[in-house]
Design a protein around this ligand. Structure first.
Ligand code: GTQ
Length: 347
């Protein structure tokens, strides 16, 4: 029902007068503030590695890893220009380290995950221990831990960086420090964390001092083996195929408190049932090829491609070949806050 002009004018005048006191009428925005269902202001997007790689390599001719500190091309959501966000809570980028380079030591309250996309033999050091990285490995650099990266191999190395930068910014809880030297001192023999924590056993008197996993490299060889074995013992889930979450063995939660990480296998010819959930999710294709319909967009993908599925967007995956997808999201945060929801389309 149209309101008389005098009412509208009176209201506008009122809004102006309370505006000068930094107040606003809730009734004009209530519906957006408390939406009946998620209405994300970001969109599905994809990055084909064939398109991205030449630029990544070109960046290697323009700046060294040392000068850049981190030589990364940010994967930014096209609906959030200038934000450096891939979703409102997550950052993603592709980091390049050339042979002989070092990305100097620093620490920050933002947590990072690395998912190795191309190359092998480079290392990441976390709090005095190095790990050598291979394609498909999932490596964490937890909040406030010293970390540096170096490439002693003969080939470029590229990995996906996933960080909780936007989430930490929202809390205004960001702190950072630079190390005294580029490479932190190695104080712990390589393989220590794996030996102590990664076999379904824990040192008898060890007590976790934080939520972060004591394992900092989850190697692909083991993840792949787990998927391979899973396929043999039962049928795929209608929505996910065979999907596993990475776990902190000390508490059963996510290896990083702010980011959930997942690996799923889609059998050859598999078409998933429509699925949606409230955690906007970034995917990195590890093996195979196929396509995913995300909302009204369809992304064809193959090994090393990336794409993002916004909160509550319906996704349907179709695998041409047997495919493996890594993904990460803010799901552990939403679960902690009793906010996480999914819709399995009745399945
Ligand atoms: O490796 O520490 O992509 O601090 C963005 C910020 C990587 C890192 C990024 C970072 C890092």
């Amino acid at each position: 029902m149209a309101k008389p002009a005098t009412v509208n004018n009176a209201r506008r005048d009122f809004y102006e007068r309370i505006g000068s006191l930094s107040m606003a009428p809730l009734w004009e925005s209530l519906h957006q503030l408390v939406p009946p269902q998620p209405a994300p202001k970001y969109q599905p997007a994809s990055w084909s590695y064939d398109a991205v790689r030449p630029f990544l390599m070109e960046s290697g001719t323009l700046i060294t890893a040392k000068e850049a500190v981190r030589r990364v091309l940010i994967l930014e959501n096209p609906a959030m220009p200038g934000s450096a966000c891939i979703t409102p809570t997550l950052y993603a980028g592709l980091q390049l380290i050339l042979p002989g380079e070092v990305a100097p030591s620093h620490r920050h309250t933002q947590s990072a995950l690395r998912f190795i996309v191309e190359g092998e033999g480079a290392y990441t050091a976390v709090d005095g221990e190095r790990t050598i990285m291979h394609e498909g490995d999932f490596v964490i650099t937890p909040t406030w831990t010293w970390h540096d990266h170096g490439n002693d191999s003969s080939r470029p190395m590229v990995w996906l960086d996933g960080l909780d930068i936007p989430l930490v910014a929202m809390f205004n809880a960001g702190f950072a420090d630079n190390g005294e030297s580029d490479e932190q001192a190695v104080t712990t023999p390589q393989g220590t964390s794996d030996a102590r924590y990664a076999s379904g056993l824990l040192p008898v008197d060890w007590k976790p001092s934080r939520q972060t996993s004591p394992i900092f490299n989850y190697p692909y060889a083991r993840t792949r083996e787990a998927l391979h074995r899973l396929v043999k013992v039962g049928p795929p889930d209608a929505c996910h195929g065979y999907k596993l979450r990475y776990v902190n063995p000390a508490n059963g939660g996510a290896p990083i408190a702010t980011m959930g990480t997942f690996m799923q296998l889609l059998p050859e010819g598999f078409a998933s049932a429509p699925y949606r959930c409230t955690d906007g999710t970034v995917f990195s294709v590890v093996e195979g090829q196929g396509e995913s319909r995300v909302g009204d967009k369809t992304f064809r993908w193959k090994k090393r491609d990336h794409f993002v599925v916004p909160s509550w967007a319906t996704v349907v995956h179709q695998a041409t070949d047997e495919s493996v997808l890594f993904s990460f999201s803010d799901r552990p945060v939403q679960e902690r806050l009793d906010l996480w929801r999914e819709d399995r389309g009745g399945r």
